[in-house]
Design a protein around this ligand. Structure first.
Ligand code: ASP
Length: 438
């Protein structure tokens, strides 16, 4: 068996009991050699994540408030983990140093990153592994973008010196030596980066759910877990709001062909979800892999007689969107109408300007903008092989007495996108789920 890189999320490292589970999981397999740690997450629903507390400390300092009492709560999170684990480890020097740095205006990212830094020191101690500071191996460029090639080289070299190591997630270093973080949830990205540099056989991402589910459990009752999903399918579903992994975490391992296995720290025997690049290895018995939906879209419908024969009509409309820095989602069109579906939030920033420019550029007969559209994506690599999927999607929705406002199927046959009124989204998702799964 090859090397495994394992990442544990904040809820997996929220207190001593969770740390013990993590240690058991890591020690159960000697191939689990590189461990990425998040900051302590919530222990119960109303709890606050340490990362949020650190951001709050930073804000307090900027407002010239005294952080002593508030910071003591952060210190307590770490000292109680150490005490409850019975570890012989004095972390007070680190805690004092960080408090002092935050009080003296160390950067916002520095403050936030200390959550993973401290948790990784503790986890390394508990496991008896080396500690590699992400600050010495994860590199950002001057402009703040992540430098994948430099990181890969430096990390590769560094990993050769450590058979077993813990590496904090979420942050790296700028060329001038200051700390920079990824966006929220970025420890997933660090795990993926380490998996690539280590040529891992697998990247295990341990969290508090047993993998990706076929639908949002807040909408569909008890949805089935997904056994295997391709990177492309996952991208489609995450774009439509399904979230189990940071979006950018896919890229480093995807290009290296390393599968990701989403696992549950609280149910370590469950196989979780495998995220893979190739469909051949992992066939699916289901037509659809998952469904997801998102509200907040608008349709801009532009009508003009003989539009179909007017060369450049579509380009001019898309030019208007580009001039207004507005991405679009879909372009369903008829003979004399062209509809553009965009996020309402984007449109709101330039609604009047867009209408005026379209009028000027193409002199249409009418422009109608309708808000309140929801999009839902039915995603599945199995659709290529089965006939009638679109028909089943449509009849499931119409049997539920829902009007379809738009439908779009990519030629790759990986997904079908359906537009419905926002108020119908939940009902439509349930109808499709029942059609294909129950
Ligand atoms: N601790 C960071 C956050 O809360 C990063 C992470 O957990 O992945 O966003």
């Amino acid at each position: 068996m090859g090397l495994k890189v394992v990442k544990f999320g904040g809820s997996s490292l929220a207190d001593a009991e969770q740390f013990r589970k993590v240690a058991q999981i890591v020690k159960a397999d000697p191939n689990r050699r590189y461990v990425i740690a998040s900051a302590p997450g919530k222990r119960y629903a109303a709890d606050v994540k340490v990362t949020d507390m650190l951001y709050h400390c930073y804000d307090m300092v900027r407002n010239h408030e005294d952080i002593t009492e508030y910071y003591a709560q952060i210190s307590d999170r770490y000292t109680s983990i150490i005490r409850d684990l019975g570890l012989n480890f004095d972390i007070s020097g680190e805690l004092d140093y960080i408090k002092n740095a935050i009080m003296h205006y160390a950067g916002r990212d520095f403050a936030a990153s200390r959550g993973e830094y401290l948790n990784s020191l503790i986890l390394a101690k508990l496991l008896g592994f080396d500690f590699i500071d992400a600050e010495s191996v994860v590199c950002f460029r001057e402009n703040g973008s992540y430098d994948g090639e430099k990181t890969n080289e430096e990390l590769r070299q560094e990993l050769k010196n450590h058979e077993y190591a813990v590496i904090p997630g979420f942050y790296g270093v700028m060329p001038n030596g200051t700390i920079k973080t990824f966006s929220r949830g970025g420890s997933d990205i660090t795990g993926s980066i380490v998996a690539r540099a280590a040529d891992a056989e697998i990247y295990e991402n341990w969290t508090d759910v047993s993998g990706c589910l076929m639908a949002d459990p807040r909408i569909v009752d008890d949805p089935l877990p997904i056994k295997t999903i391709t990177y492309r399918e996952l991208r489609e579903l995450s774009y439509m709001g399904a979230s189990v992994l940071h979006e950018d975490a896919i890229f480093p391992v995807r290009y290296a062909g390393i599968p990701i296995n989403i696992r549950n720290t609280n149910d370590p025997l469950a196989p979780g979800t495998m995220i893979v690049s190739s469909t051949n290895e992992y066939d699916t018995e289901r037509v659809i892999t998952g469904i997801a939906g998102k509200k907040g879209f608008s349709v801009i419908s532009v009508e003009k007689d003989m539009m179909n024969s007017e060369i450049g009509f579509g380009r001019k409309i898309l030019d208007v969107l580009e001039d207004n820095n507005m991405p679009f989602e879909h372009l369903p069109s008829g003979v004399d109408t062209m509809s553009v579906i965009v996020a309402t939030a984007h449109l709101d920033a330039c609604r009047e300007r867009v209408i005026a420019s379209i009028n000027k550029r193409v002199q249409p007969d009418s422009i109608v903008i309708e808000d309140g559209l929801a999009l839902l994506a039915v995603v599945g690599r199995g659709m290529v092989k089965s006939k009638g999927t679109a028909a089943r999607v449509c009849s499931a929705i119409s049997d539920a007495d829902i009007n379809i406002r738009m439908i779009d199927q990519g030629s790759s046959e990986l997904n079908i996108i359906v537009g419905v009124e926002e108020r119908d989204l939940e009902k439509a998702l349930n109808a499709i789920y029942s059609e294909f799964v129950k």
